[in-house]
Design a protein around this ligand. Structure first.
Ligand code: NDP
Length: 315
């Protein structure tokens, strides 16, 4: 049978390119878990994904109620779950003031980390039940986790501190919209959320890999400088960023190539090792990358797990 893959945020950029690459293998059916149903349908059509290879289901990660509803709808479809890809993200580098999810968490960490945290935890049961031989749970990471690169060191750098802002519920009524309890900074909030994504993948691996056989993985697909992720940036940045990445840092990768990379992590039989953060070198071959100290700190991963459980209502 076909492999059933849920991809969050498959209505544009990396998620859409991955859905297309997986569809082209002829061996996958993609559940496009998206907040804008019509946009997702149109995107799938425009990308030329055949109707029988995808289903759009509504999911707004900025609402925990919507996450629970999505899980319910998916279960009622009767389809098994073989692979979950947590891909959606928001990036608000120019925001002066924080904005919030339905439950009142700062939007970047609330969407990118907490929404996915609840989704992954709930769908773990479905993955366990699937009879598919290579079950996987993938959380898209970012270069901000590797401090051995130039881009991973550009300020403001990710820093979760002692997680006091997260304990306070990520809003400025109680404490601070930032995980470390500091002043709001949209670019930093995004980077912090990506560190959370990578820590969560490793904690999932430690807790569940042996017992379930599920492969847990994260990746940095390269700098996909033209995706919608940069839609909130200033126009000059959006003009200069792609050539800068192409010719200066040489980290640039097209949406199509990035989609092929993520599709590899979803379905390549040679990429089934669990607990790995994948990256690609210049000739596009995959390798196991090292994470920064903070993004691989097991103590922090555990603390993040326990606080996140409370915030999303699992503990
Ligand atoms: P895009 O903005 O093109 O795609 C992001 C997707 O997330 C969109 O489909 C968007 O939906 C969706 N999304 C945003 N908020 C929500 C929400 N509340 N609920 C459900 N879906 C939501 O960006 P990319 O394709 O670049 O980003 C995809 C992933 O790749 C992210 O995890 C990002 O961190 C990562 N990444 C990107 C890099 C890059 O250079 N671009 C580099 C490294 C990692 P909608 O279409 O409705 O807006």
């Amino acid at each position: 049978r076909k492999c059933i893959v849920v991809i969050t945020g498959a209505s544009s950029g990396l998620g859409l390119a991955t859905a297309k690459a997986l569809s082209e293998t002829g061996q996958c059916h993609v559940i496009m878990a998206c907040r804008n149903f019509l946009k997702a349908e149109r995107a799938a059509k425009t990308a030329g994904i055949p109707k029988e290879n995808y289903t759009v289901m509504h999911l707004d990660l900025a609402s925990l109620e919507s996450v629970r509803q999505f899980v319910d709808t998916f279960r009622r479809s009767g389809m098994p779950l073989d692979v979950l890809v947590c891909n959606a993200a928001v990036y608000l580098p120019t925001a002066k003031e924080p904005t919030y999810t339905a439950e009142g968490f700062e939007l970047s960490v609330g969407t990118n980390h907490l929404g996915h945290f609840l989704l992954a935890r709930l769908l773990l049961d479905d993955l366990k039940k699937s009879d598919y031989p290579t079950k996987r749970l993938i959380i898209v990471g970012s270069i901000t986790g590797n401090t051995n690169t130039l881009a991973g060191n550009v300020p403001p750098k990710a820093n979760l501190g002692d997680l006091r802002g997260l304990v306070g519920g990520l809003n400025d009524l109680n404490s601070s919209p930032m995980i470390d309890g500091g002043e709001f900074d949209g670019a930093k909030a995004y980077k912090d959320s990506k560190v959370c994504n990578m820590l969560t993948m490793q904690e999932l691996h430690r807790r569940y890999h042996e017992e379930t056989g599920i492969t847990f993985a994260s990746l940095y697909p390269g700098c996909i400088a033209e995706t919608g992720l940069f839609r909130n940036h200033v126009p000059l940045f959006r003009t200069l960023f792609p050539p800068f990445q192409k010719y200066i840092t040489k980290g640039y990768v097209s949406e199509e190539e990035a989609g092929k990379r993520l599709a590899q992590v979803v379905s390549d039989p040679s990429l089934t090792k669990s607990g790995v953060y994948w990256s690609w070198n210049k000739n596009s071959s995959s390798f196991e990358n090292q994470l920064s100290e903070e993004a691989s700190n097991a103590e922090k991963a555990l603390k993040l797990w326990e606080i996140s459980e409370k915030l999303v209502g699992l503990a």
